[in-house]
Design a protein around this ligand. Structure first.
Ligand code: PMP
Length: 307
């Protein structure tokens, strides 16, 4: 069973506190209605550069968009947000371990939209500096909700209830992750990442209006594909198109770019030529082995590591 790491420190109430001290009241909206919006950010050890957080400002901006849609005020400026992430990194960074940072606006006060107040909370987890292995992907019987239900565009924990059910369903059928279809029966996304598919040398991905999060990694992958002269197209995708795809991968901040070796009952080439080229470039760029102007990196000062 996977157990969650318990980092020594978390960020809460404007400062670092120990894991044990970081508690919220059971009466708050975050507990009663699961009300929060969040962002997961990835930091990599980079060749020559030290430790870098990627696309930090894009994550902050998406956090604001999610908060706006749920009417959660966010009084933190980008500079304050960034300095909180840096403070936490200063306390937790370890050599040769990448990090995934979860930054969440938890609603601590309010009632049915009146007097809503949130706190900015951050937890961060160590990750091995390794590339992901190919996975089996299934189709879930659970559905990605539509834009007038629980919009996929909002990155809020309640949206992950369906993903959780899909993962439980997938596990019982030996799948590592599951594709969620939308209300029209077309491909929306995976439980925590977007879908990439190759047919006849072209990379396709569903539009966000099909029920996919507006993915920061997907925009990056599009730029990488362009730089490699690979055509990248966003369009509605049927389930049967995925079943006959030449190559498939899932992508996201935490997932990175993961090859798919099996879709439902159909085997496929995990390391196909097109997505391998993109995946390899992705890792060279985030690790600082190759430059790519689109990549946005914030280097964290790491003169003295606690660990
Ligand atoms: N869809 C879902 C449901 C996700 O949780 C994520 C991860 N944030 C993604 C897609 C990919 O988004 P991003 O590339 O911005 O991480």
């Amino acid at each position: 069973m996977a157990t969650l790491q318990r980092p020594d420190f978390v960020y809460m109430n404007g400062k670092l506190v120990s894991w044990e001290e970081a508690t919220i009241h059971i009466g708050c909206e975050a507990v009663t209605r699961g009300l929060n919006v969040f962002e997961g950010i990835k930091g990599y050890w980079r060749k020559g550069d030290g430790f870098g957080l990627i696309f930090l400002e894009k994550h902050y901006k998406r956090l604001l968009r999610s908060a706006k849609l749920l009417h959660i005020p966010c009084p933190w400026t980008y500079e304050e947000y960034k300095s909180a992430v840096f403070e936490l990194m200063g306390a937790l960074l370890q050599k040769e371990k990448d990090m995934w940072i979860r930054t969440t606006l938890y609603v601590i006060e309010g009632h049915w939209g009146e007097g809503t107040k949130a706190d900015l909370i951050m937890t961060a987890y160590h990750q091995p500096c390794e590339e992901p292995q190919p996975i089996n992907l299934g189709f879930s019987t659970w559905q990605r909700s539509g834009d007038n239900m629980l919009p996929a565009r909002i990155k809020t924990s309640t949206n992950y209830q369906v993903g959780r059910l899909a993962r439980i369903e997938g596990k019982s059928r030996n799948f590592d992750d599951m594709v969620l279809l939308n209300q029209w029966g077309r491909i929306a996304e995976a439980t925590g990442s977007c879908i990439l598919m190759v047919r006849d040398g072209i990379v396709y991905t569903p539009l966000s209006t099909e029920g996919a999060l507006e993915s920061i990694t997907l925009d990056f992958v599009e730029k990488l594909a362009n730089s490699l002269n690979v055509k990248f197209v966003r369009k509605p995708i049927d389930r049967t198109e995925l079943l006959i795809a030449d190559e498939i991968a899932i992508c996201g901040t935490l997932a990175e770019v993961v090859p798919v070796k099996m879709i439902d009952t159909n085997k496929l080439e995990a390391y196909g030529p097109i997505l391998s080229k993109i995946r390899e470039k992705f890792f060279r760029v985030v690790r600082g082995e190759e430059s790519e102007p689109y990549l946005d990196v914030d280097l964290v000062p790491v003169a003295k590591l606690r660990h």
